[in-house]
Design a protein around this ligand. Structure first.
Ligand code: TYD
Length: 134
């Protein structure tokens, strides 16, 4: 089974432009408690490098492109996200990294929980121990 789970988001477009709507339990399997977005990311800098114990997230690159690496402790897969009608679902206990941000990259993240630093696993060796003990 692929570690990369993408969701196709319907584009409601007309001559005025495009619109995508995301609703809990309709095109996303969890209740959205938090939204955050990343912008002004530097192409030479990588981000992420953590996993979550509980948190589920849907990531949408609404402008530009970015490479995501998803790792379950056994294998690693990557995807370049460059389409605002495609979401990447990242569930719990998946290590994620973000690389190769385009200069115009804007990433919106819909999250199932409020921000909680205790939910983070920020050390890769700890992550491997965690997934090994599940
Ligand atoms: P961080 O998790 O390090 O970002 P990334 O995984 O994209 O590299 O978050 C950067 C900072 O922002 C860090 O100090 C935690 C803080 N933060 C919040 O306060 N609330 C949030 O919802 C998020 C995602 C981060």
């Amino acid at each position: 089974m692929s570690l990369i789970k993408t969701v196709d988001l319907q584009v409601l477009g007309d001559e005025r432009g495009s619109l995508v709507s995301i609703e809990s339990y309709k095109n996303i399997s969890f209740e959205i408690k938090r939204v955050y977005y990343l912008f002004d990311t530097k192409s030479s800098v990588s981000r992420g490098f953590h996993a979550h114990k509980e948190l589920k997230q849907l990531v949408v690159v609404v402008r530009g492109s970015c490479k995501f690496i998803v790792d379950d402790g056994l294998s690693q897969e990557s995807i370049v996200l460059n389409d605002p009608s495609k979401g990447l679902l990242i569930e719990s206990f998946l290590w994620r990294e973000m690389h190769d941000f385009s200069d115009d990259c804007v990433i919106m993240v819909l999250a199932s929980e409020h921000y909680d630093e205790n939910d983070y696993i920020r050390n890769y060796d700890d992550f491997i121990k965690y997934v090994g003990s599940l």
